[in-house]
Ligand binder design. Structure first.
Ligand code: BEZ
Ligand code: FE
Length: 304
């Protein structure tokens, strides 16, 4: 079609006919519709293809997979890149890199002071001890910070979404001690994969992509006066370490994993089996005026 003919159609269709439009919503929706008209025309999309796409989107919603699709198409990473750029433009530098939250956080995990055990003891996996300090960008410890941690089990599944796990398995909030320290014991996670043959998997296959993530552990780290940090660490050595379908791997978020077989080290850690250990410190950026909020509002699961 002639560009002028498409634009004339859009002008007619997008004219307000009742009441005052909400300017931001109208501007964005009008732009998306315009871009889709152009895509349909440029790719000569047939009516059956259009309705197939509508049906795909309907089914993806029914499957509750938009959180996965948003990550897989790179939107979640793109929002992070834009937040990073806004902070840099405001002169905020240093601090632990942010990376995506993903759709598998559950609010309301038990609060523990200083240290916690995350696993319920039902799995045989490798024992992992992770510990470190929360500091500000000047190196001062942040006491009383909340370190919210969640991760998958040895099969790559998350409690709450995987109903075979106990409530809040592998999920806790740890309050840092007077020196800003936290510590937890857990079982080493495995990488996550999107549900086989679900909406995300179907789409990714058509794009010549897979739906795997490297093994990782999620964190929200927050304290009054600081920007909330949403981040993850990846488990070094994972085959998908630099091939994450959600684009969340970042330099500075791949700490060394120390494997301990030595009986003295095992006894000193209060354990009776070999274990892995990760030391990782978090650095929080101070809150600053006129920045987009680092406290992202999105629908999140909440366990009773
Ligand atoms: C995850 O963190 O496990 C995840 C992230 C994005 C999409 C799906 C899962
Ligand atoms: Fe995850």
């Amino acid at each position: 079609m002639e560009k002028a003919a498409i634009d004339a159609l859009l002008k007619e269709m997008q004219a307000p006919t009742r009441g005052e439009p909400t300017p931001r919503v109208k501007a964005i929706v009008d732009r998306i519709v315009r871009d889709l008209f152009y895509v349909i025309d440029e790719y000569d999309v047939e009516p059956s293809e259009f309705w197939s796409a509508v049906n795909y989107l309907t089914q993806a919603g029914r499957n509750d997979e938009y959180g996965l699709i948003a990550a897989g198409l790179g939107f979640e990473r793109f929002l992070d890149v834009r937040l990073d750029a806004a902070e840099e433009a405001a002169g905020l530098t240093g601090g632990t890199p942010r990376t995506i939250e993903g759709p598998l956080y559950v609010a309301g995990a038990p609060l523990c002071k200083g240290e916690a055990r995350l696993d319920d003891g039902s799995e045989e996996g490798e024992i992992l001890i992770m510990h470190g300090q929360v500091r500000d960008t000047d190196g001062r410890p942040v006491a009383g910070a909340h370190v919210e941690v969640w991760h998958a089990n040895t099969r790559g599944n998350y409690s709450f979404f995987d109903k075979s796990q106990s409530p809040f398995n592998l999920r806790r909030t740890i309050e840092t001690d007077a020196e800003g320290r936290y510590r937890f014991r857990t079982t080493m996670p495995s990488g996550y994969a999107v549900p086989p043959d679900g909406s995300t998997d179907t789409l990714l296959k058509q794009l010549g992509r897979h739906g795997h993530r490297p093994a990782h552990i999620h964190f929200f780290v927050s304290a009054p006066g600081y920007r909330k940090l949403t981040t993850q660490i990846n488990i070094d050595g994972d085959p998908y370490l630099h091939d994450d379908f959600a684009f969340a791997t970042r330099d500075g978020l791949i700490p060394a994993v120390e494997r301990n077989q030595d009986p003295d080290a095992i006894a000193e850690a209060g354990l009776n089996a070999p274990f892995a250990r990760i030391a990782f410190d978090f650095e929080l950026r101070s809150e600053a005026a006129a920045l987009p909020s680092a406290e992202v509002q999105r629908p999140r699961a909440e366990a009773a």
